[in-house]
Design a protein. Structure first.
Length: 230
């Protein structure tokens, strides 16, 4: 399938919003959040601290009367500079552009399968600033395969799961993890769509460098195409 056709295919899957969190949370309770390097409000926040950034996010939710803060696709962020896993000496290779959508909500929140799926793979990604426990699901619609990634989960989420396990659309697959297990982020779900998983298992880049951006934007289109949050 061509890269230009894949987002069109995704958009045709459903005319209504699809859910990875509780469908009982109204769309009006989702509040867009800007964590980009251009957000001047973050100049006064220590984004290297999960505690400080988490306080900023949940104060933002409270001020905007929201339940879930969302955003981040194709967003250039400074917060990855804290980790050598992303922050390379070669500036061109520095990974600071976010490829999924983040859904910031309290720890322990249930996570659900976007569509009917089988488990492709799972893993605890333990580099500082990485995903922590992660599940990748494989979807098959109209002879087209693609994948969804769910990161920053609880450890319990990957204990009893198995490759090939089937989940129905809307079936719970996981819960969100604590800061201590999700590689030092405030509780949230990193959700990403992947057309070609390549040779990855239990992991896939969720942040890329500017020099690789065109490839990853083609292979990982905007998740909001299916979530339809704005």
């Amino acid at each position: 399938m061509t890269a230009t056709y894949f987002p069109e295919f995704l958009n045709q899957i459903s005319s209504k919003p699809l859910y990875v969190l509780d469908s009982g949370i109204s769309l009006q309770s989702y509040v867009h959040l800007d964590l980009s390097e251009s957000n001047q409000d973050l100049y006064n926040v220590d984004t290297t601290s999960s505690k400080d950034l988490g306080a900023y996010i949940f104060n933002y939710l409270k001020a905007n009367k929201g339940r879930v803060a969302f955003g981040g696709y194709n967003e250039v962020r400074n917060l990855y500079k804290r980790s050598p896993y992303f922050n390379k000496q070669d500036i061109a290779s520095q990974r600071n552009i976010h490829l999924g959508i983040d859904l910031w909500i309290e720890v322990g929140t249930p996570v659900f399968s976007l569509l009917d799926a089988t488990v492709h793979s799972f893993k605890n990604n333990t580099y500082y600033g990485d995903y922590g426990p992660t599940i990748i699901l494989k979807h098959h619609i109209n002879d087209i395969e693609f994948y969804t990634l769910y990161g920053h989960l609880s450890m319990a989420s990957i204990v009893n799961i198995r490759v090939g396990q089937f989940f129905k659309q809307g079936e719970q697959i996981a819960t969100l993890g604590y800061v201590s297990i999700n590689e030092d982020y405030a509780p949230h779900l990193h959700f990403q769509i992947i057309q070609d998983i390549q040779d990855y298992k239990g992991d896939y880049p969720g942040v890329c460098s500017k020099q690789d951006l065109d490839f990853y934007l083609n292979n990982c289109p905007d998740p909001n195409t299916l979530l339809k949050l704005m």
